[in-house]
Every structure is written in structure tokens, then in C-alpha cells.
Design a binder for this molecule. Structure first.
Ligand code: HEM
Length: 411
């Protein structure tokens, strides 16, 4: 019998890997009791993760009633809107939404964001250096890893510069743990985001900009997304794009600060070495611990005597798939060299998912890391951790993983 899994346990949040290794040794999918009294099937092997994510019998549509607003308040309605996005849909709905969005997210459009991402990064680094000089320490999550992705999504959505500070504040509030804010602050932020995005769509319709979101709004007028879908898309881009990238940047900074030789190699090696660092961070510290929940539409035989019954909740644990020793020798070691040309040529990691819902923003996320990481360590060559890495708090839960704070000092 497995003991109930408590995703809120700080020890588990910081280091869930031994538990996942144990599950992997028990079979392709294991039914795990959760501390809230429910059960879930967890998939921890690399091969099985790919199979499940490509299999249409594992549906992304939440069960009827899930995610519906419990009371009819503006904040609950805003949350309800978000639930209509494409990550919560299956083919053929998903195929249509995905096709329309992919048309806006072309590699050329994403790559064209580079100079703006460089400018935003440099702006944040100037502020961060000033803060370090004034105060001696700073939190790299609050002052770098969090604001950069939010500002970049602001570019994608075409949010005018004057409104970026608001976007940052509201996003911070809706993403904060409930006990970290004063009463009503999170609800207020949800309502404001909802009103803001509604107005943004109307503005883009009247006066499209050169941002990706304007392309989507324009395509909507040509028979694409309806207004509700556009609103859900704005929320999805914000939420899919910020916390994930924030965790990538924060975990990368932490791993490099605790592996000085790997940092020195990247600094001497140039862009190819930095790209290998990013891939290794994605594998070793998957920013999404699990995918979104899947639900079986019928009983599925995964082999090895494991049959997942119909109607079961299934979580593909990407963090565990990245540490599968069958695919990644010495899986717990942080070793960017395995991704360099002439390296081990490991299997592709699954940090961006697999199959029809494969991350739409992977190119953008990699671009952000390619700009942000070398610039961070060039601007602050004497950056040091100002806390014991073993005591850093991690986000609780099974969906996202990354340090909540990363205190640093310079010199
Ligand atoms: C390091 C950063 C990121 C990681 C690790 C990541 C990871 C993922 C994963 C694993 C999925 C699939 C989830 C599932 O199957 O349940 C996904 C989907 C998605 N991601 Fe990302 N993501 C990142 C950044 C971004 C960015 C920057 C954007 C957009 C601006 C974005 C937009 C999306 C969207 C729209 C989907 C849904 C695709 C669909 O349903 O077809 N992501 N992401």
C-alpha cells in the first residue's frame, strides 16, 4: 500500500524525485491515494508518458461541472472564462483552436521578438543591479524570473507599455498562494484582468498592432475564434507562458549558481553551450511537474498488467519522465554536456509535453532563456546565492515546480 501523497508537503515539493522513482519501479502507471481523499493514476516512465500524451483515449476535457464558477461573482466568472481554452479541449475542437493559434505563432514572428526581449531583460538587470547595490541582496524570482516572462507575454498580447506594470501586479496576485495576500486582493486582480482583456480585444479589433494577439483577433474576424475563445486564449497565453518560464529561469539560475563549472563552461562556450544548459534544466528540473489532468474515455491497457479503468484521472509526470534512467543515464546529475553536439544525444525530454497539446510557446520559452541567462551572468559576474539551496521553498502542488524565492547577492 502506498502512503497518501500530499503535494502540499514542503519536503515533497522540494524533492519529489525519490518518490517518483519508487512509483516508476512499480509499473507504467500507479494508482496513488492523494491527501485530499481522492485517487489519481500517475505515469512516471518516459515511454509511457509519450504513449499516454499521444493517445486520444486520454481526454483533456474536464469532467462536467469541474472549474465552473461556484458563486456568481465577477472574479468567479473570470476564472470560468479561462476554463474554455484549448488545453481543456480534444479534437476536433482542439484541432480548430490549435490551427488558428499556430498560424499566429510562426517561427518568424516569435524570432522577431528577440530585440524586444533583449531590451526588457537589460531593463530588469539595470533595476536588479541597482537593488543589489542599495540593499545587498535581492530575490531573483521576484525581480527577474517572474517579471521577464510577464513582460514578454505583454509583448505577445500587445499590451501598451503604460499598462505593463498593472499586468505584472495582477498576474502576481492571481498566481500567489491565497494566504500570501490580503482578503479580496486575488479576486480583485481576476476581475481587473478579465475587464482588461475584454477591452484589449475591442482595441485590437479597432486598431490592430504588430503583436501576435492582433493577428488572432484579426483572424477571428475572418471566421476564427469567437470573443469567448479569444478571452480564454489571452488568459491561457498569460498563464501557460509566465509561471513555466519563470520556473525555467529560476531553476536555471539556481542550478548554475550551484554548479560553477557548468556556468563557466557555458560562459566560455557561447550560444550552443547556453542552449544545452536550457535543455538540461528542462530535463532535470521540469518547470511543469505534470501535464494538465487527463481522463480516460475507456479502459486502457498500458501493458505490464496495468489497466487504467474508464473515467480515471491521470497525471503524466513530466518531471519523472525526465529522470527515467532507461533514457537518461545518471539521471539525477545536472550535465548540460549530454545535449551538446558530440554528447550522449539523449532522448528528447518531455518538458514541453508531447502529442497534440505539445507546447505552443516552446520556441518563445527557449528564446527567452537564450537571451536572459547569458545576459544575467554577464551583467552580474559576481552573483552568489544568499541562502542555503537545501532550504529554499518550492511551489506546492503537482503541476508546476520551481523555487518560490531565490535570494542572491553580488560578490
Ligand atoms: C519553459 C517554459 C514552458 C514550458 C516548460 C511549457 C510546457 C508546456 C507543456 C508541458 C504543455 C502541454 C501540457 C499538457 O499536455 O497538458 C504546454 C502547452 C501549452 N503551452 Fe507551454 N510551456 C512553456 C512556455 C510557454 C509559453 C511562453 C507559451 C506562450 C506564450 C506557452 C503556451 C502554451 C499553450 C498555448 C499550450 C497549450 C497547447 C495546446 O493545448 O495545444 N507555453 N506547455
Amino acid at each position: 500500500m502506498l502512503a497518501p501523497l500530499n503535494p502540499a508537503d514542503p519536503g515533497f515539493a522540494r524533492d519529489p524525485y525519490p518518490y517518483y522513482a519508487h512509483l516508476r519501479s512499480r509499473g507504467p502507471a500507479v494508482r496513488v491515494p492523494l491527501a485530499n481523499g481522492t485517487h489519481a493514476w500517475l505515469v512516471t516512465g518516459h515511454r509511457q508518458a509519450r504513449e499516454v500524451l499521444a493517445d486520444p483515449r486520454f481526454s483533456n476535457v474536464p469532467p462536467q461541472g469541474a472549474g465552473r464558477p461556484k458563486q456568481d461573482s465577477p472574479a468567479q466568472r473570470a476564472r470560468g472564462c479561462l476554463a474554455r481554452h484549448m488545453l481543456n479541449s480534444d479534437a476536433p475542437d482542439h484541432t480548430r483552436l490549435r490551427r488558428l493559434t499556430t498560424a499566429a505563432f510562426t517561427p518568424r514572428r516569435v524570432d522577431a521578438l528577440r530585440p524586444r526581449i533583449e531590451r526588457l531583460t537589460d531593463g530588469l538587470l539595470t533595476e536588479l543591479s541597482g537593488r543589489l547595490a542599495r540593499e545587498g541582496t535581492a530575490d531573483l524570482v521576484d525581480h527577474f524570473a517572474f517579471p521577464l516572462p510577464v513582460l514578454v507575454i505583454g509583448e505577445v498580447l500587445g499590451v501598451p507599455e503604460v499598462d505593463r506594470a498593472d499586468l505584472r501586479t495582477w498576474t502576481y496576485r492571481v498566481g500567489s498562494p491565497a494566504d500570501a495576500l490580503e482578503d479580496g486582493a486575488a479576486d480583485d486582480a481576476w476581475t481587473r484582468l478579465h475587464a482588461y482583456f475584454t477591452e484589449l480585444i475591442a482595441t485590437k479589433r479597432d486598431a490592430p498592432g504588430d503583436d501576435l494577439f492582433s493577428t488572432l483577433v484579426h483572424d477571428a474576424d475572418e471566421g476564427g475564434l469567437d470573443d469567448g475563445e479569444l478571452l480564454a486564449m489571452a488568459f491561457l497565453l498569460l498563464f501557460a507562458g509566465y509561471e513555466t518560464t519563470m520556473n525555467l529561469l529560476a531553476s536555471a539560475a539556481l542550478l548554475l549558481l550551484t554548479h560553477p563549472q557548468e556556468l563557466a563552461d557555458a560562459q566560455q562556450g557561447g550560444p550552443g553551450h547556453w542552449a544545452a544548459v536550457t535543455e538540461e534544466v528542462l530535463r532535470h528540473a521540469s518547470p511543469l511537474e505534470g501535464t494538465t489532468w487527463r481522463r480516460t474515455t475507456e479502459a486502457v491497457d498500458l501493458g505490464g498488467g496495468t489497466v487504467v479503468p474508464a473515467g480515471a484521472s491521470v497525471l503524466v509526470v513530466l518531471a519523472a519522465a525526465g529522470r527515467d534512467p532507461e533514457y537518461f543515464p545518471d539521471p539525477d546529475a545536472f550535465r548540460p554536456a549530454r545535449h551538446r553536439s558530440g554528447g550522449e544525444r539523449p532522448a528528447p525530454h518531455l518538458a514541453f509535453g508531447h502529442g497534440p497539446h505539445f507546447c505552443l510557446g516552446s520556441r518563445l520559452a527557449r528564446l527567452e532563456a537564450a537571451v536572459a541567462l547569458p545576459r544575467l551572468f554577464a551583467a552580474l559576474p559576481d552573483l552568489r546565492l544568499a541562502a542555503d539551496p537545501e532550504t529554499l521553498p518550492y511551489r506546492p502542488g503537482l503541476l508546476v515546480r520551481g523555487p518560490r524565492t531565490l535570494p542572491v547577492r553580488s560578490g
